[in-house]
Design a protein around this ligand. Structure first.
Ligand SMILES: NC(=O)c1ccc[n+]([C@@H]2O[C@H](COP(=O)([O-])OP(=O)(O)OC[C@H]3O[C@@H](n4cnc5c(N)ncnc54)[C@H](O)[C@@H]3O)[C@@H](O)[C@H]2O)c1
Length: 237
């Protein structure tokens, strides 16, 4: 059995852009909606408080490809200088079942999830949106900011909030080049960040007992809110 191993850097070096990834994701969702993809609900284990490791198998007949993602989310890792999300994707030959590729999943996961926010924004208000807001500006916040830039061609400002100011600087350095002409506004509070924004995304760690500090009352009526953190930051009502 010959198995190809692909690192995060090798995957990143392919130079895939957000617009391209959003188009692929849209195609994947369309296949899924027409029931041409086998995608059972994910299962997981929880070895430490607030931490998970999930298994996500999938078979895509159009590509004749079967794979599984085995991905961990560990909120304490930020304080350890380690990535919150990490994992592997294992790709099998659909005909023989033999393992063909083992690849890092962190890059794919971050850009895929950002692209998901971008596709939603494109179909739900992105065209007219002028102000976007991102609460939690880590790996996922950055991918989401880049995707908002693609989905919202009339964006004037991107407001950002994080408990760690250094994360805001990294966000601007990484998202800025993808969003020419957009003003980045560092906000002291989540309320300042989201109030009146057209597109909002929350990207803080998922924890067992979330504080849910973003209030519905701060949001405009016709806002698109994308909780990439499974509602860990915001209340629905
Ligand atoms: N990275 C991915 O590929 C990915 C994919 C899907 C979903 N997500 C989800 O996105 C969320 C963020 O993941 P990540 O990989 O970006 O983690 P990360 O550790 O890189 O970023 C999390 C950010 O949230 C900030 N933060 C924590 N508490 C906050 C608070 N109360 N207010 C404001 N900011 C706060 C942290 O300082 C940090 O900058 C998680 O819920 C994760 O499950 C991430």
């Amino acid at each position: 059995m010959k198995v190809k191993i692909l690192s995060k850097d090798q995957i990143a070096s392919l130079g895939l852009g957000m617009a391209e990834i959003m188009a692929a994701l849209e195609e994947g969702w369309t296949l899924r909606a027409t029931e041409k993809v086998e995608l059972p609900a994910k299962i997981g284990v929880h070895p430490r408080p607030d931490c998970y490791i999930h298994a996500m198998p999938c078979f895509v007949p159009k590509l004749d490809m079967a794979l599984i993602k085995w991905a961990a989310g560990y909120p304490p890792n930020l304080g350890r200088g380690l990535a919150y999300i990490n994992g592997l994707i294992v790709v099998n030959n659909a005909e023989t079942g033999l393992t063909e590729i083992i690849m890092d999943s962190a890059w794919v996961t971050a850009w895929r999830t950002g692209a998901a926010a971008g596709v939603c924004a494109r179909f739900m208000g992105g065209e007219t949106a002028e102000v976007a807001a991102v609460v939690g500006t880590g790996v996922q916040g950055i991918a989401t900011g880049i995707a908002f830039g693609v989905a919202a061609p009339n964006l004037k400002a991107m407001r950002i909030h994080d408990v760690l100011p250094s994360q805001l600087d990294r966000f601007v350095a990484q998202v800025g080049p993808h969003c020419p002409g957009v003003e980045f506004v560092r906000c002291q509070s989540a309320e300042e960040c989201v109030r009146g924004a057209d597109l909002v995304s929350t990207c803080v760690p998922i924890v067992e007992k979330p504080r849910r500090f973003v209030r519905r009352a701060w949001l405009k009526t016709d806002v698109l809110v994308i909780a990439s953190d499974y509602d860990s930051a915001g209340r629905r009502f």
